[in-house]
Structure formats: C-alpha cells, structure tokens
Design a protein around this ligand. Structure first.
Ligand SMILES: [Zn+2]
Length: 236
C-alpha cells in the first residue's frame, strides 16, 4: 500500500503548530511520523513523508501548506493519507478525525483511536467527522487525521515528551492489527559493551567488560542491559 504520512505543521514561518510544556507540535508530529514511517516500511508498505527532515517546511502559510500536502499525496497516487497532529486549547486525550464516518478510512480511524486510548491510557474523545479540514477534503484517497494528545495538558504533554514512540506504535497497531516488534534485547556482555562503546557512551570499554565479567549476572550487568535496551528502543 502507498501511504502518505503527514507530519503536521511547518518547522518555521507561518505554518507552525501549537506548543506547551516546552514542546512544539511540529517536532512531536515529526518524531511520531518518522517512527511510524519506519514501522510501515518494515511491514512492506511504500511510505512518503510530507516533511522528510525535521526542519522542512511545506508552503509558506498554513493554508498553502495544507493545499500542498494534499496535492503531494494526490500526485504521488497515495492509497492512504495519515496526518499526525497534537491537540491544544483546553482538553485532554486523543481524537481521530475523518471526512466521513462511512468507509474504510473511518473503520481504520476507529482502530487507531482504540489502540491509542488503550496503549497510552488516554481519554477518548472519539472519532469525529470533520469534512471541513483541508487535508481530509482535498485528498482523493482514504484519509484520517490523528490528534494524538493535548500538548497543553500536563499529563498528555508528559506522554508526548517521554513516550512518542508509543504513539507511533499504537497508530501502527491500529492501522495494521499487528503490534510492532520490540527491538531485540542484547544479552551477551561483549555485545552490550560493544554497543555502549559504539554509541559513544563509554570510553573504557575494556574496563567495563572486565567489571561485568566479574559478576556475569550481577547488578551492573542488568543495569547496563536494561538501560541499553531503553536507549535502543528510543533511538531505533
Ligand atoms: Zn495541528
């Protein structure tokens, strides 16, 4: 399937998004869309991003930006258009927006909405009909827009900040019915130490390995192993 992934808003200029608690919507939408892009490609789909790099802008005003995003997807011949945003303005939770409540896009939007609410413990604001939205109205293919969570709600913003990958995983799960595979955990001491060194997180890798081998199943081993897994899943 050809999937057009739209990371909402522009990095700079007139088309930037909402903000809250030190977060900017255009950065959060890009982080979630990038991970979702990787997951969908792994699953065999052809994916195109509206913004390929974080700093990319599409068009110079909000209106122009929306028109261009729809045009890009139409010209590319997308089968599905998915737009990622954060909500703002006094509320909390996730909602998914569709052009019409009938058809495949709405069915998939319901599954995405359910996965987001279940996996992240968000308040559900439901799937809503928004035929007025440019990206839903102007795209020729099935389309839905995910308002992941409220960037100006403290709890929602905390989730967007600390677990953006969980949002991507949930959207992927809703779209495909498959839970994304976790990054395989490294268990061999040598592999763990090598990865720490490779990532520039330790300079004396020989010393670290020696220390870990003194107690191969000890606390240092488990701390290093679990911390590394945490880092790998966030920077996959
Ligand atoms: Zn937005």
């Amino acid at each position: 399937m050809k999937i057009f992934l739209d990371a909402g808003h522009n990095y700079s200029g007139l088309g930037t998004g909402a903000s809250g608690f030190g977060l900017r919507e255009e950065m959060v939408s890009f982080a979630i869309a990038s991970r979702l892009c990787a997951l969908l490609k792994d699953a065999g789909h052809t994916v195109k991003m509206s913004r390929e790099k974080l700093e990319d802008n599409v068009g110079k005003t909000s209106r122009e930006s929306i028109n261009l995003r729809a045009k890009m997807a139409n010209e590319w011949g997308a089968d599905l258009f998915v737009s990622i945003h954060c909500n703002a303005g006094g509320g909390k939770g996730a909602e998914t927006l569709v052009y019409s409540k009938l058809g495949g896009a709405s069915e998939m939007a319901n599954k995405v909405q359910n996965a987001l609410v279940k996996n992240l413990g968000l308040v559900s604001r439901g799937v809503k009909k928004r035929p007025d939205l440019g990206v839903l109205r102007l795209t020729k293919c099935d389309a839905f827009l995910v308002e992941t969570a409220f960037i100006d709600d403290e709890n929602d913003a905390w989730l967007l900040k600390t677990e953006p990958e969980k949002f991507a995983d949930a959207i992927f799960e809703g779209m495909t019915g498959v839970k994304p595979k976790k990054t395989e955990e490294l268990s061999e001491i040598h592999d763990i130490v090598w990865e720490y060194a490779h990532r520039g997180l330790v300079t004396d890798s020989e010393g670290m390995e020696e220390e870990m081998r003194k107690n191969p199943n000890g606390r240092l081993y488990w701390l290093a192993r679990k911390t590394l897994q945490y880092i790998r899943e966030r920077n996959a």
